[in-house]
Structure formats: C-alpha cells, structure tokens
Design a protein around this ligand. Structure first.
Ligand code: ADP
Ligand code: GLC
Length: 474
C-alpha cells in the first residue's frame, strides 16, 4: 500500500508535542512493515529543516480561493528517516520559525493543505489512502470531495486521526474564500455552530476517524469540546488505536543523551548515573525520590495545579522528595514555577523551555513521572518513562487509563489519581513515596514496566488492518 500522511508536525523535522512523534513513527513503521508510508509537512524554518539539505522535486501553482500561490515540494533523496518526507514550501506563509501561534494560521494551513492536494493530484502515481492528522489537515477530506479542482482524488479513501479534540481550528466564515473553489451547497459540511470547524468537517467527510486510544474515544462521545452530537452521529466511523513508541529513539540501551545506557538488568546503576547528573545540574538531593513533569504547561495537562500542589506536598508530607519540571506554555504557570525556585531546599527546580536531550535524561534519571492531565488522548510521556524504568503517577483519563494499572491492582505498576485535583496529586505523591521506601517492591515494579511492550511493532498492525479494509471496500 502507498499511504500518505499529512500533518503539521513530524519528528525530528518539526515537533511541538506527541503529534510529531506519532506521525514520524507511522511513516517509519509502515515502511518497516513493507508498505510505502510517506509524510507531507510544511517547510518551516525549524533547526532540523534549516540544517539539512533538501532536493527540489516539484514546483507548481495552486489555486486558493483568494488567488494563486506558488509552492515547491522538497524531499531528502536519501530517505534518512526511513520514509519519504516531503516538505511544502510556500514563501511568506509556511517558512516561519514556529509551527503554530501566528494570526494567519488559518490561511497558512489552508494553503498547506491545498498545495499538498494539488501536488498529489498532479502526480502520476496516486496514493491508495490519505491519512490526515488533527485539524491542521482535516479540511483535506472535504476538499477532495467538494473542490472541483481535486475531483480526480474523490475516490481515494481518507482517515482522520484525532490526536487532540480540544483544538478544532475554528475560524470565521470569512475564511471560506481562502479555500479553493468548492461546491457552495455543501457549506453544511464545513459549518459547526455558525463557524467553519475543520475538525468537525474532517469527522463528517473522512472515510474513517481514528483517535489515539480506546479510552479517549469513549470520552469524546461525552466530552469533546462541543462536538458531542457530531460524534454521536458519526460513531459508526470512529475507532480507537493506541499509539506506540519508537523503540529506537526511546531506548535506554542506546540513548546517547544518558549518562550511562542500561537495560532492565542494570537499571539501578544506569538510572542512578542519570539521576546524579540531574541532581548536580539542578541542585537536588540525590537521596530523595525524584518526581519529574515533562510537557506543555497548559490546563489540559493540569500544569496550573502544579505550583500549589508541590508547595502543599512539602507542607503536608514533608520535604522528603525532589521535583524537577521541564516545560513551556502559559506565561502565568511558567512564572509561578520560576518563582518557586527561591523556596527550594535543594529539592525543587524548573527548566522553562523545550529541551529534547534533557527530556531523555529526565525519563532515565527520575523515579516517578507526574501526569495529572485533565485530558490525555494517549500520552507518550508515561510510555517513554516506563521504558526507562520510571514509574507513572497519572490521572485516570484517556490513554493514561488504558496504559497504566494502579499498584493496588493485581500486577499493577503505576499510581493513579481518580481525578485531577490538588488533593489527589498530593495523595498520589504520598503513595509514590511509600512505594519508593519499599525497595524490593520498587525493584520489581521497575523491572516490570521496563518489560512492557508499547512499541509500534505491535500497534502499527491496527493501522495496516484499517487501511487494508478501506482500500478493499473502495
Ligand atoms: P502532547 O502531545 O499532548 O504534548 P504527549 O505525551 O503525547 O503530549 O507528547 C509530548 C511529547 O513532547 C513527548 O515526546 C515529550 O517528551 C515532549 N515534550 C513536551 N514538552 C517538552 C519540553 N519542554 N522539552 C522536551 N520535550 C518535551
Ligand atoms: C496529542 C495528545 C497526546 C497524544 C499525542 C500523540 O497531542 O495530547 O495525549 O499522546 O497527541 O497522539
């Protein structure tokens, strides 16, 4: 099969969060399974894209509703990443330092999707299926069916994968003029509550809709930021497929970012070496358990609860543990986390920013990873952490519900909160410290989580089965 993925992120070329990791891995593991999986991504000015050389493979003009745009398609002829990565270059629109966050993001991503489709429709060999990811690519199924300029793509099946239903790319109807000329009587397929809602349009128009865990799929029906009735209507098309992890990138046995590589046989010394470096670098106490948080500092991750929960943990439990935070996001949360540093007694620190190498060192050197997320469609952090022998302390939601079992259950290996609240976080930290004190139990749990298999080798087959059934149906 030839499958094209279209997305706004793809690791290592452009990554903001887990979307990038998953799209990159899907391309790679489809090829490893004997299929041709490629990825189309905007050509941003990220470090990776700027530092590599790319070959120009196509230049053309696409017709946006507001006028023609010139675009160019670049690729890495050596397929260094193990799959074909195609970059869409549109001068002035996509060539920015950041992936998101610009006032004209709606126009940028409509232009990206239009150029991607224009190139596919002008290519001799058409893909068997197009898998679009999140709202930045979710207008593609509509455009393939209802923009006359793409009518030759009408019969190609499409899959929309929802990594995060909170973000829907909503825009004013004024933006409808940017979309290439479309069948105007089909406006209802773009509209949701009197606005253009790309995610809602994708849910209606795609052949199938997947999301990144079964647990999150069930939640979407009742809590999907206004799309509940739409999920109810389109439920027959929806599937939950749990993400995997790229076990080559996330492997404590080979990871160059670690102080010392390790397997489950020598994890004690391996983890100790990384913890020691973290404690030296961030002024923490090596003797105490180390809790880390890695991620976007936003409400979905319940990062707003962190500052007060950490202070109150110290008050209620005592200064028996260290906390180290790595993340960036809402300015107020960043400021509060920075402010707390002055009260540290060698037991608290925060690195505000994005740092891939530090994240690897933290997955290895930590004893526990905190994820009190209010919403977590899958969550990759807990999967990476477990592979590195770090015990997850998570809220019982979405993918966290599906991938972590509480130590109170038979064969359990993590700590689960019943909901995201300050008290639940503090109580979970208390339970984790108890677990840390029981050295035999700790050893056994670390061994157990390092042996769990959340690899793509296992989960890529669910995507392949879905693609095959859609192509056969077609
Ligand atoms: P989300 O996609 O919602 O942000 P995930 O758990 O799926 O959450 O994936 C987050 C990914 O982003 C992980 O690979 C994590 O290590 C990475 N990440 C998040 N914040 C940072 C940061 N500040 N520095 C380095 N990596 C980060
Ligand atoms: C999203 C979700 C996260 C998921 C990731 C990859 O960003 O918030 O839970 O793991 O996508 O699918």
């Amino acid at each position: 099969m030839q499958i094209i993925h279209v997305a706004a992120e793809c690791y290592p070329a452009a990554k903001v969060g887990g979307l990038g990791d998953v799209v990159g891995a899907l391309g790679k593991y489809l090829n490893l399974s004997g299929h041709r999986g490629s990825v189309i991504l905007p050509m941003y000015n990220t470090k990776y894209i700027s530092n590599h050389s790319w070959e120009l493979v196509f230049t053309s003009i696409a017709q946006l509703g507001i006028g023609d745009i010139e675009y160019r398609i670049f690729t890495d002829p050596l397929h260094t990443l193990g799959y074909e990565l195609f970059l869409v270059d549109i001068k002035g629109l996509l060539d920015r330092d950041q992936v998101y966050g610009y006032e004209d993001d709606s126009t940028r991503f409509i232009a990206f999707q239009t150029a991607a489709l224009d190139w596919i429709s002008k290519s001799e060999q058409k893909p068997d299926l197009i898998n679009v990811h999140d709202h930045h690519a979710a207008l593609i199924p509509f455009m393939m069916q209802h923009c006359p300029c793409f009518s030759d793509l009408k019969n190609i099946p499409t899959v929309l994968t929802i990594h995060n239903g909170q973000y829907q790319g909503v825009m004013e109807w004024g933006n409808s003029v940017v979309i290439p000329k479309w069948d105007s009587w089909r406006w209802g397929l773009l509209d949701w509550n009197k606005l253009i809602n790309p995610l809602a349009s994708g849910i209606r128009c795609a052949s199938r809709v997947t999301t990144v865990s079964q647990g999150y799929l069930k939640e979407l029906r009742h809590h999907s930021n206004g799309l509940e009735t739409l999920f109810e209507m389109e439920w027959h098309k929806c599937r939950g497929i749990l993400n995997g992890i790229d076990t080559e990138v996330w492997n404590p046995e080979t990871d160059k970012a670690l102080a010392q590589t390790y397997t489950e046989r020598n994890s004690e010394i391996g983890k100790y070496k990384s913890k020691k470096i973290l404690c030296e670098q961030f002024n923490l106490d090596l003797e105490k358990p180390l809790f880390v948080f890695i991620g976007r500092l936003v409400g979905e991750k319940a990062a707003d609860l962190l500052p007060q929960s950490l202070i109150n943990s110290f008050h209620k439990i005592g200064r028996k543990m260290n906390f180290l935070i790595l993340g960036s996001g809402q300015t107020e949360i960043e400021n509060e986390l920075n402010y707390l540093k002055q009260f540290s007694q060698n037991d608290y620190n925060a690195y505000i920013g994005y740092n891939e190498d530090l994240s690897h060192l933290m997955y290895a050197g930590a004893d526990f990873i905190l994820m009190p997320s209010r919403v977590e469609p899958c969550g990759l952090n807990q999967l990476y952490a477990m592979r590195y022998g770090t015990i997850p302390v998570v809220n019982n939601t979405g993918g966290l519900h599906d991938t972590v079992m509480d130590i109170g259950e038979p064969n359990g290996y993590g700590i689960k909160m019943s909901h995201a609240s300050e008290n639940e976080i503090i109580f979970s930290i208390y339970r984790a410290i108890e677990c840390y004190a029981d050295k035999e139990k700790l050893k056994q749990v670390i061994k157990q989580i390092m042996q769990l298999d959340f690899s793509w080798d296992k989960s890529i087959h669910n995507y392949i089965d879905l693609y095959e059934s859609l192509i056969l149906e077609n």
